[in-house]
Design a protein around this ligand. Structure first.
Ligand code: NAI
Length: 779
């Protein structure tokens, strides 16, 4: 064969990576594993097979964790936690550094084992997964070192339960274990049933690193084991990555328990190609977007949106590239697409594709027998087709065309998910105009699937909530230090036998879309002073009023585009107008509660100033990621925020939740103090005279227990907060699973609304989502 012929055919022979070390390691464990609890392996129990999907051969047997195994692991983690938390940040940093070094030292063994267990090409496990795992431990060694000085008011949560999927088994372990340990938590990890082996090898490495026993515990098993971990009362936080369906089940299972929760779920991420893009690069990017790990990637660019004028040309180039992809033995270094993780997943992909309409193009490339699926492109689908909406989690790309940038954004956002998005264009103005308009936690410009420990990763909408990576990721493993007091229900003043009318009897309405509206049900409720005087009536809002308020808030979403300066000005103006009527508001508080209201009004004015100040200062960041380019961490508003306001501070409570929400650009629907609602209804006039656009703040009075459910279940609300003195945390967290809106509830804990804990960064973080926009530069 001549050199020219070799270049023409690009024929190649297999270049198999040796797997003898991995087989030796399995043999050393007799191909049979117990759980890793309290620093050692338990005797194997209730064994099930872990297979190599590329060959179908059994690699080892692992134990199905029972509730007893979970009990033992949680108990070990609990015992170890106080001492681990008391170590200096530097000491924890040293352990994490040792883990990073050991991952590097054993990188090849880990990569080979990962490929054997999962079926992903060795090129990926070796060059992408393992370097990212090591990087994650290095980066978090740094966070462990700095956190005590940088976040002095924070402490670890306690015992963290981590449930992870099979698509990046070791990387997902790193994403959960590194920040949890850095922050001073201990961990019980449940790997996916298809891919438990690298986690068990990592357990060996943790012993080698001298990690104190009980700090990391690993219990293998299936969804039942995962559910037992989620349900365990000794767990303080659950960090989950996996399907949206299981994410919703976990949201419901943890509702009202006080467990912290982060969910990193599915996606149907758009990959947008504009007509001025470098099409060859965009094709290469697409190979990474959808054929990386055989498309079994939560943020896979699985939905191609290509501008009409270049669509034919782009599809032709793409098909040619698909034909050149090599599918086969994942241990072969020449392979682009490996095996699907399990025959069950292969059957799911086959079923979804077979049931779909559209024109299907299958790559013209040999596909081995067994658990393999060919790269596939489906065109001619409508935006509503199931495959345009549902995650396939396989090497299958669906494609649609668009005409204008506005249409591209509309199609891109036409999904219940919001994990990632990719934009290809040579026009920097267009790219940076589109990126903020995409509902996604991560946006890649002229590149795809860029990840780094310094840059937050995570979704919005049904892709879940919480970020992994960066300082923002560390916060998900910390809470404010200090004791909290239990919540005490605040009752309304009782109705006297005979009420006296204090001044003019007025019935306050609701505030919806900038107008005062009568409650739909036509009911109202009297509000009495402690001495039994009738102070007025307030409307009893119902589900319909909530719907109207949410509609008004949705219509006011343009508020997010008002400049931060404008938002600050309006908050200052609200403060000024409140200050002009301070005495009147103080008197009203006294009339309702019996206590002097002067301090509360003063604090409310100060709080408005605080958030006017923050409006243009809660900056994002430019992350130091190892690429030539930048990763911008942008603090974006969450969307529509609904809040049940504190009962105990009628005016200050309302302002404490309203001000951070609107300062960050979120329209809101507020349910004021239930026993003392009149300060909120008086406040309408202040809002009306402060240049606040209609619909940015909507107020619906009524019983918190009745309104919690429609608020938390509403599909057009993006976050719900509850500071009600009636603990409705369970209702809110359960109902929020409908669209996986973010929740922030008091879970039985009281807050001192006059104190510093009731304002500042914690509120701003809840009012924003971090969107990471990656912009590589150069040719
Ligand atoms: P899954 O969500 O069922 O599994 C993920 C993890 O959760 C595994 O460790 C599993 O044992 C555990 N688990 C399952 N049920 C649980 C429960 N009730 N409580 C606690 N833990 C539980 O994902 P699965 O079945 O492996 O894959 C199904 C589909 O999920 C895929 O086709 C894909 O669409 C999606 N998926 C998405 C992932 C992502 O990274 N976003 C990762 C894996 C799957």
């Amino acid at each position: 064969m001549t050199i020219k012929e070799i270049f023409d055919t690009m024929s190649y022979g297999p270049a198999l990576e040796a797997n003898s070390e991995a087989l030796d390691w399995l043999a050393r464990h007799d191909h049979s594993f117990g759980h890793f609890i309290d620093g050692s392996f338990t005797a194997p129990e209730a064994l099930f097979d872990s297979r190599n999907p590329a060959t179908g051969k059994v690699l080892a047997q692992v134990s199905q964790g029972s509730t007893a195994s979970i009990d033992a692991a949680v108990a070990a983690a609990r015992r170890a936690q106080p001492k681990w938390a008391r170590l200096s940040g530097h000491k924890r940093a040293q352990y994490l550094y040792a883990l990073a070094r050991l991952v590097q030292k054993h990188a090849r063994l880990l990569a080979v084992l990962e490929t054997m267990d999962n079926g992903k090409p060795i090129r990926e496990s070796r060059d992408i997964d393992l370097p990212l795992v090591a990087r994650h431990f290095y980066y978090h060694a740094g966070l462990a070192q700095l956190a005590p000085a940088e976040l002095p008011g924070m402490e670890p949560l306690g015992v963290c339960g981590a449930v992870i999927p099979w698509n990046f088994p070791l990387l997902m372990l790193a994403w959960k274990v590194a920040p949890a340990l850095a922050a001073g938590n201990t961990v019980v990890l449940k790997p996916a049933e298809y891919t438990p082996l690298t986690a068990l090898l990592f357990a060996d490495l943790s012993r080698e690193a001298g990690l104190p026993r009980g700090v990391l515990n690993i219990v293998t098993g299936d969804g039942d084991t995962g559910a037992a971990l989620v349900a365990h009362p000794g767990v303080d936080k659950i960090a989950f990555t996996g399907s949206t369906a299981v994410g919703k089940a976990i949201r419901r299972a943890t509702a009202g328990t006080g467990k912290a929760l982060t969910l990193e779920l599915g996606g149907k991420s758009p990959y947008i190609v504009f007509d001025d893009a470098d099409l060859d690069s965009a094709v290469e990017g697409l190979v990474d977007a959808i054929w990386f790990n055989g498309g079994q990637v939560c943020c896979a660019g699985s939905r191609l949106l290509v501008q009409e004028g270049v669509a034919d040309r782009f599809h032709t180039k793409l098909k040619r590239r698909m034909d050149g992809l090599r599918i086969g033995d994942p241990l072969d270094k020449c392979i682009d697409v490996g095996a699907v993780v399990d025959p069950v997943q292969l059957a799911t992909i086959t079923r979804l594709v077979d049931a779909s309409e559209g024109d299907k193009y299958t790559a013209d490339t040999p596909v081995p027998e067994g658990c393999f699926y060919p790269p596939t492109l489906i065109t001619g689908l409508s935006a509503a087709s199931p495959l345009m909406q549902e995650e396939i989690f396989g090497p299958v790309l669906v494609s649609m065309t668009f005409r204008t940038p506005a249409e591209a954004v509309e199609l891109a956002n036409n999904t219940r998910y919001g994990l990632a998005a990719t934009v290809w264009t040579e026009n920097v103005n267009l790219a940076l105009d589109i990126a903020p308009k995409l509902r996604a936690g991560v946006v890649w410009v002229n590149g795809t699937n860029m990840f780094d420990a310094a840059a937050g990763f995570g979704g919005v909408r049904e892709s879940g909530f919480g970020r992994e990576g960066g300082w923002e990721g560390l916060h998900a493993y910390l809470r404010p230090k200090g004791k909290t007091n239990p919540l005490k229900a605040v009752a309304a003043m009782p109705a006297p036998k005979t009420a006296t009318v204090d001044g003019l009897d007025r019935t306050a309405k609701l505030l919806i879309g900038g107008k005062q509206a009568r409650p739909d049900g036509g009911y109202s409720k009297p509000v009495y002073s402690p001495r039994g005087a009738l102070l007025g009536h307030t409307g009893i809002g119902n589900r319909k009023d909530i719907r109207n308020a949410v509609e008004a808030a949705q219509a006011a979403k343009g508020w997010a585009r008002a400049t931060a300066h404008t938002r600050a000005q309006i908050l200052f103006y609200i403060a000024e107008n409140l200050s002009a009527r301070a005495e009147e508001f103080a008197a009203r508080i006294k009339a309702q509660t019996g206590s002097s209201g002067a301090n509360e009004v003063e604090a409310a004015i100060a709080r408005l100033f605080t958030y006017a100040a923050w409006a243009d200062k809660f900056d994002g960041a430019v992350k130091s990621v190892p690429i030539r380019g930048v990763a911008l961490a942008m603090n974006e508003p969450c969307g529509v925020i609904a809040a049940l306001c504190p009962d105990e501070a009628p005016l200050l409570g309302l302002i404490s939740v309203m001000a951070p929400a609107i300062a960050m650009g979120n329209p809101c629907v507020l349910v004021p103090s239930e026993p003392f609602p009149l300060s909120a209804t008086d406040f309408y006039q202040v809002l009306e005279t402060s240049d606040l656009p209609a619909g940015v703040v909507n107020i619906v009075t009524g019983p918190h227990t009745d309104l919690a459910k429609p608020l938390a279940g509403h599909m057009d609300i993006d976050a719900v907060w509850s500071f009600s003195s009636t603990d409705v945390s369970t209702i809110i967290e359960t109902e929020s699973a409908t669209n996986l809106k973010r929740t922030w509830v008091n879970n039985g804990r009281a807050r001192d609304w006059m104190a510093a804990e009731a304002e500042g960064r914690a509120f701003l973080r809840q009012a924003t989502e971090v969107k990471t926009v990656w912009v590589p530069y150069g040719e």
